[in-house]
Write a protein that binds this ligand. Structure first.
Ligand code: CA
Length: 510
């Protein structure tokens, strides 16, 4: 418990030497009158994660965190005061013109040779971290029948095939009642098509359609063969539907069950990064540690996806210089512009992102949230940019454009082909995905203590100084290898917790 005692010490964390604010790291916050070793005295009580002024700030003066302007002082703020969100005027959005393009491309870090994981080898040459039977759907109308069949398969058939991890229904709200030919319909359709190709299904996906829907099930088929499709309107009665589904499922389970794990190079692994329920400590502990793990993955040849457009929009000037070439930098700007227009069409801007929980956790606005969020991307060059739901095509660090919504980002990263996701959280969420394991990393030890059976790793030791960012990052990297190899189960999988597939559908519903 030495660590917990240490945590009671008054600690603030200043991220960058130019910063004129710092965040309180001490568990439970600190009372007014607290004296720090540097001589700074708190003028009032400040909750954990919230900001204090390190210098006197005059009205209109820039407030600096991460060495960047996160806002302007709305009135005079004295040294040692709580810089509450109401005192921070948000800066206007950064122009997407005249951004530096591929001007500071990071040199590759030294490669890590010979690192492997134990995965399943798919017929198309890709690898898998789980051996799943996937039952895809072309329209929501069939969800009830599919869910019924999945329960039957789990109870009656799956126990005979111990080599298969689970059966997963891919239910969603698309398929009919939608403007299928609208230009933006390409996003949900591409997402559903790429979910069918997810490596953890081993090329054995089964597709259930209704028969009269706008999205023909053939468009989701990976092999173009009718054999993988069951159309309910071709069946005579409910029981026949279920019997046909169970029969097709078992054919696939027999083949999937023959697979076993083999040693795969890390270049076969695709890892997604996401955050949800962030706080002001996310950018200090969990996200930088995940960023270090991302660097190790890239050095070992793996592919790493980071996402969430509204959470990189205000830090875009720090990302375009890191693009591997100007074409990749332009693609980053293209995705920012696309999302600016999308938000504008709904009458909002990027400031609609922050949640009450984010602000309670000390995040004043989306600018501060973004600067902490991009720490997940580490220090590598950005090798590629994917539009929402596109499949990964280049190794290294990839920006996969998605909304920041946890379940939509998760769904789109799955469509892009992630084998595993690392998810950082400050406030806490029981989030999980049915198709790939999710390693949840908390920003603070107290969240891990509160939810020891939901949070996989705490990055809290970074806040107390007991561990470095690199040490926690290495721990996350090693956990990724264990989870990808099936040697360790994440909490969400132990409890079978998973969020629904939630499509990003920017096109009209009819
Ligand atoms: Ca998110």
């Amino acid at each position: 418990m030495a660590g917990r005692r240490q945590q009671q010490r008054p600690i603030y964390i200043q991220v960058h030497q130019a910063d004129n604010v710092a965040v309180i790291a001490t568990e439970g916050g600190l009372p007014g009158g607290t004296l720090f070793p540097c001589g700074l005295e708190l003028k009032e009580s400040v909750p954990q994660g919230h900001k204090i002024a390190l210098t006197d700030l005059s009205p209109g003066e820039p407030i600096l965190r991460y060495g960047e302007i996160i806002g302007f002082a709305r009135r005079e703020i004295l040294r040692g005061s709580w810089v509450d969100e109401s005192l921070v005027e948000m800066p206007p959005p950064r122009s997407l013109e005249k951004l530096p393009m591929a001007t500071r491309v990071p040199k590759p870090l030294p490669p890590l040779e010979g690192i492997t994981f134990e995965g399943f080898r798919n017929p198309d040459g890709s690898a898998a971290t789980k051996n799943l039977l996937g039952i895809h759907t072309s329209v929501q109308c069939v969800a009830g029948v599919v869910n019924h069949a999945v329960r039957q398969i789990r109870e009656r058939i799956l126990p005979r095939y111990p080599g298969v991890d689970d059966v997963v229904a891919l239910n969603h709200t698309y398929g009919c009642g939608v403007a299928i030919d609208a230009p933006q319909a390409v996003v949900p359709i591409r997402t559903l098509q790429n979910l069918a190709r997810h490596p953890n299904f081993g090329g054995e996906i089964l597709i259930v359609g209704l028969g009269c829907e706008k999205l023909p099930p053939e468009r989701l088929s990976t092999d173009g063969e009718r054999g993988s499709i069951l159309s309910l309107q071709d069946c005579r009665g409910f029981e026949k539907m279920v019997a046909s589904l169970l029969e097709k499922a078992e054919e696939r389970l027999i083949r999937l069950n023959r697979r076993s794990r083999v040693t795969c190079p890390l270049s076969d692994l695709v890892v997604g990064l996401q955050c949800g329920g962030s706080d002001a400590l996310s950018g200090v502990s969990a996200n930088p540690a995940v960023g270090y793990a991302a660097d190790l993955l890239v050095r070992a040849g793996a592919t790493v996806l980071f996402s969430e457009v509204t959470e990189v929009r205000d830090a875009i000037h720090l990302l375009t210089p890191r693009a591997a070439d100007s074409e990749t930098a332009r693609a980053l700007i293209r995705e920012m512009e696309y999302y600016d227009r999308y938000l504008e069409s709904g009458g909002v801007d990027r400031s609609a992102n922050t949640t009450p929980g984010n602000r309670k956790g000390g995040l004043a606005n989306i600018v501060e949230k973004s600067l902490g969020s991009i720490a997940k991307s580490g220090r590598s060059a950005i090798s590629d940019v994917l539009a929402p739901g596109e499949r990964v095509r280049r190794r290294g660090l990839v920006f996969a454009a998605t909304p920041a919504s946890d379940f939509i980002c998760g769904t789109l990263q799955l469509a892009s082909g992630i084998h595993l996701q690392v998810f950082t959280t400050g406030r806490g969420t029981p989030y999980g995905l049915s198709m790939a394991p999710v390693i949840k990393v908390s920003t603070r030890d107290e969240l891990h203590d509160q939810w020891p059976d939901l949070i996989d790793i705490s990055a809290g030791a970074v806040l107390t100084g007991e561990s470095t960012v690199e040490e926690v990052g290495r721990k996350i990297f090693l956990r990724i290898l264990e989870v990808a190899s099936g040697r360790k189960k994440v909490w969400a999988d132990r409890w079978k917790l998973s969020n629904d597939l939630c499509l990003f559908n920017p096109a009209p519903v009819t």
